[in-house]
Design a protein around this ligand. Structure first.
Ligand code: NDP
Length: 296
């Protein structure tokens, strides 16, 4: 079997177009422009690239982008003061504090200082609780993107066996909650799981969010399963730096029914979902109808 390739790049472009169309309607009909504020502390090169991409795509979708770059030695009090200012700013509908923060800053404190209604990363403890209890929440972008790809490929996910490898607060746990919300039978695997291969082979849907290059191999995949590879790992191959996922693509694609590539799978969905979440936050703040299909 050769797996169907789930094209996250194309899907993300459709999500961005849908967001842009809805934003244009908000502007025309309500004079409203959704705004996303991104806070970057320090000069981490990868974070600078992410923040630049987020800003560019926000503007391309017709929304306002507010970038706040703070020096690496910013005090906790100054960071919290900026978050309080953004919470109170009516032009800002979404706030994202780029992680990781420098070591002297408490990221939980910063995230939980964000107004939950503006928490477009979905990491605030209130949103974690709302998602966990099946209530309307702001949902973390990467798992939301995976869910959209899965719904698009399968239609209903009800009754399918889903295995999520990884239990981080950013990907693994919210992914499992979302799959449970769509009535999958969910198993969460992690570094202490016994016989990971056998657990993975039970999956109709296998989500890999481990952070270990190509560790999920074809012999761990049930024939016909859908494989979602969240991993982004930089490895050296033949003297060149390459991006690979947590799944060994060649062996897994030979067994799976469908698979996301790296790059071009889950990655592009993350910023697309950030834009979708900003639009959703704006609509909710104004009591306006939310866009279809862009939330959990
Ligand atoms: P974390 O490091 O926070 O979590 C990794 C998880 O994998 C942990 O729960 C860990 O288990 C588990 N794990 C580690 N080793 C093994 C093993 N040998 N067997 C089984 N489980 C294992 O990573 P994240 O969740 O933040 O990210 C995961 C991957 O997704 C990374 O490659 C990251 O770069 C990528 N990512 C991609 C995004 C995108 O936009 N596409 C966004 C966010 C992340 P334990 O808890 O027991 O330690």
């Amino acid at each position: 079997m050769t797996a169907t390739v789930i094209d996250g790049k194309a899907f993300a472009a459709r999500v961005r177009a849908q967001v842009a169309a809805h934003v244009a309607r908000l502007r025309d009909e309500h004079g409203l422009v959704p705004g996303l504020a991104v806070v970057l502390v320090g000069e981490d090169p990868a974070s600078q690239v992410y923040v630049r991409n987020k800003g560019t795509q926000t503007v391309e979708a017709g929304m306002q982008s507010f970038e706040h770059k703070l020096p690496a030695d910013t005090s906790e009090a100054d960071l919290l003061a900026l978050i309080a200012e953004l919470n109170a700013d009516p032009a800002v509908h979404g706030i994202l504090v780029q992680l990781p923060l420098p070591k002297h800053l408490d990221s939980d404190l910063a995230i939980n200082a964000i107004d939950p209604a503006k928490d477009v990363d979905g990491f605030h403890i209130s949103n974690v609780g709302l998602l966990g209890t099946g209530q309307k929440a702001m949902v973390p972008c990467t798992p939301l993107g995976c869910l959209m790809l899965l719904r698009d490929h399968h239609g209903s996910l009800a009754g399918l066996n889903a295995v999520v490898v990884g239990r981080s607060n950013i990907v693994g746990k919210p992914m499992a909650q979302l799959l449970l919300g769509d009535s999958c039978t969910v198993t969460i695997a992690h570094s202490r799981t016994k016989d990971l291969g056998a657990v993975c082979r039970g999956a109709d849907i296998l989500v890999a969010a481990v952070g270990r290059a190509e560790m999920i191999t074809g012999d761990m995949v049930r024939p016909g399963a859908t494989v979602i590879d969240v991993g982004i790992n930089r490895v050296e191959r033949n003297g060149k730096l390459r991006l690979v996922g947590d799944v060994d693509y060649a062996s897994a694609a030979a067994v799976a029914g469908a698979i996301t590539p790296v790059p071009g799978g889950v990655g592009p969905m993350t910023i697309a979902c950030l834009l979708a979440n900003t639009l959703t936050a704006c609509c909710r703040a104004k009591g306006l109808p939310e866009p279809d299909g862009l939330t959990a």
